[in-house]
Design a protein around this ligand. Structure first.
Ligand SMILES: [Ca+2]
Length: 400
């Protein structure tokens, strides 16, 4: 859907992510979502997703990149209507309260204060005039000095939590730093839409022009319910919490369902706070990756060389980003590997990154590359996370 986060071919286009830019440091704190409660687009964003399974879509956050799209609009969402003017809403509220065992008056009162935001409807639609995918342009948004330096500071400040997460979950500190950097510039852009408005709009007024409107509307209705459950249990004011236009929350931009399933109390204070606790965000990102099959020690990708006319591109590209081919099969189809890649034991995918009018770039993606796309279903997103991670890691090593 839009310009910065390109969906992979044929894959889920809805990404939820944040759209704002320039809106710094929202100090909203989801006051204590208890650990006890514990139980994800794109176009760029959707985030944190929901289910597992290899081709299952999931998404999670939308990269903070998208925020550059409509800064002013995001700051002042513009025209809005009371969500409760839609008669379907009060019927749903009554039913949801019963199903979720929530106080019906609290649910009705909350939803009566929610607004239908036409701007949010626009933001989830694919761009009307698609821009040619350009990895170089996408990359430049994230692999740049300001973000790399912010990543260095974040790493230094939260080194203990990052090392603990790496130890306990097997996910490299650099990858966690890459995710939080791409998502929210280390907490500087966590979104300025009231989550109840964003989710309420997408749950009841999802634009029917979207190719997967029914499915997405159902997804957002479920996310709204998860959001109400989280806030009800924690005692947080659902009307005070802000996030992306798609309802993604906090430093890692978790959707409510991902918060419920994967967020952890990593600083040990007895509550989960993805807004105010970088340690909780770090542990939660690592836990998310572990849940989605991160393999400790495995590289995310290898270089690959394709020989024009001698490579079976149709077969290699058919599974898209899903790792499918053994090294022997990959090489036999004309995708040449070298060095450590030849000793890789798991399946590989041929990842294509388009470069506007010039020839695409390719890499051989492993299961760990795929795991990153479970956070945001886009190979461009995954490669940006990987490259930011590496750039920050180099800074850390050079300036210990
Ligand atoms: Ca905590």
């Amino acid at each position: 859907m839009n310009f910065l986060s390109y969906p992979s071919r044929g894959l889920c286009p809805l990404h939820l992510k944040t759209v704002l830019t320039g809106l710094l440091g929202l100090a909203f704190s989801l006051a204590c979502l208890n650990t006890a409660q514990a139980q994800a687009a794109n176009t760029p964003p959707a985030k944190h997703h929901q289910h597992a399974g290899k081709k299952a879509k999931k998404k999670t956050s939308a990269p903070e990149a998208r925020k550059h799209r409509t800064p002013k609009a995001a700051a002042a969402p513009g025209a809005s209507l009371s969500l409760s003017q839609n008669p379907e809403v009060s019927v749903w509220a009554k039913d949801a309260a019963q199903r979720l065992q929530l106080d019906p008056d609290w649910v009705q009162k909350t939803i009566q204060h929610a607004h239908h935001l036409p701007l949010v409807e626009k933001l989830v639609l694919p761009a009307t005039s698609p821009v040619a995918k350009d990895w170089g342009a996408y990359r430049a948004r994230f692999i740049e000095p300001v973000r790399i330096q912010a990543g260095l500071q974040f790493w230094r400040k939260h080194r203990a939590a990052l090392e603990k997460a790496e130890r306990e979950y097997g996910v490299p500190a650099a990858i966690i730093v890459g995710i939080i950097g791409v998502e929210t510039l280390y907490g500087q852009n966590t979104g300025n839409f009231r989550v109840v408005d964003a989710l309420g709009t997408l749950a009841f007024h999802f634009p029917q022009a979207h190719p997967r409107a029914a499915e997405r509307q159902s997804f957002f209705r479920s996310e709204l319910e998860q959001f109400l459950l989280l806030t009800s249990r924690s005692g947080a004011d659902p009307l005070a919490i802000r996030g992306s236009y798609a309802g993604a929350l906090g430093l890692p931009q978790f959707m409510p369902s991902s918060w419920a399933k994967f967020a952890v109390d990593f600083d040990g204070d007895g509550r989960i706070d993805l807004f105010g606790s970088p340690a909780d965000a770090i542990g939660s990102v690592a836990n998310y990756f572990k849940a989605f099959g991160w393999r400790p020690g495995m590289p995310t990708h290898y270089p690959v060389t394709l020989s024009p006319g001698q490579t079976d591109m149709d077969t290699l590209m058919a599974p898209d980003i899903l790792p499918t081919f053994s090294v022997a099969s990959f090489v036999a189809k004309g995708a040449a590997l070298e060095g450590a890649a030849l000793g890789h034991t798991g399946p590989l995918a041929l990842i294509e990154l388009r470069n506007g009018p010039t020839a695409p770039s390719y890499v051989a993606g492993t299961e760990n590359f795929y795991a990153i796309t479970r956070y945001n279903w886009s190979s461009y997103y995954a490669m940006a996370v990987i490259e930011l991670a590496e750039a920050v890691r180099r800074e850390v090593l050079s300036k210990p």
